[in-house]
Design a protein around this ligand. Structure first.
Ligand code: FE2
Length: 166
């Protein structure tokens, strides 16, 4: 029987990731203080950001770059890649703090701020341009990204969110 669900395209998939990351940050802010739960949220958000980074920088950005028909898209991609590097640096800095270090919360909020700016730029400037690239098959791209996500989650020992029980 054919699968009647409309597959998500690459942009919808990335925006779904963005909403998930935002929900981690929101939950963290609502906790008001350090706890086991906040440590867990930090770990989950960082794992999600690392996976998201790899999917975007290894698959999505190169595919867009190949299909890009204008120099300004290339500039947007350069900026986006720089922002990903900054995000990874913030995650590394967070990792270097011991679990009971009081600066972890502030460091995580700095990460949240940086990611929020990046997400807004992607969704308002880059993604609308990408949607108009005729040479890019966004559904096929989504397939490659989904496969990579599953591999990464597997290698990190994480369960797929929303995975259906057999
Ligand atoms: Fe990004």
């Amino acid at each position: 029987m054919p699968d009647t669900r409309t597959p998500l395209d690459a942009l919808e998939l990335l925006m779904q990731d963005h909403r998930e990351v935002e929900s981690f940050f929101r939950d963290f802010e609502n906790l008001h203080g350090a706890s086991d739960k906040s440590a867990q949220l930090i770990a989950e958000a960082c794992a999600e950001l690392i996976i998201h980074d790899e999917i975007e920088t290894d698959i999505f950005y190169p595919a867009v770059r190949e299909a890009a028909d204008a120099e300004d898209i290339e500039d947007l991609l350069d900026d986006a890649e720089d922002e990903h590097d900054e995000t990874l640096e913030l995650i590394e800095a967070l990792d270097e703090l011991s679990p009971d270090d009081e600066r972890r919360g502030a460091q995580f909020l700095a990460l949240a701020k940086q990611v929020a700016i990046h997400i807004a730029e992607e969704e308002t400037i880059l993604f609308p341009r990408v949607r108009n690239l005729k040479a890019l098959d966004l559904v096929a791209l989504a397939g490659r990204m989904t496969t990579r996500r599953a591999e990464l989650m597997d290698s990190m020992g994480l369960a797929e969110a929303g995975a259906e029980a057999a």
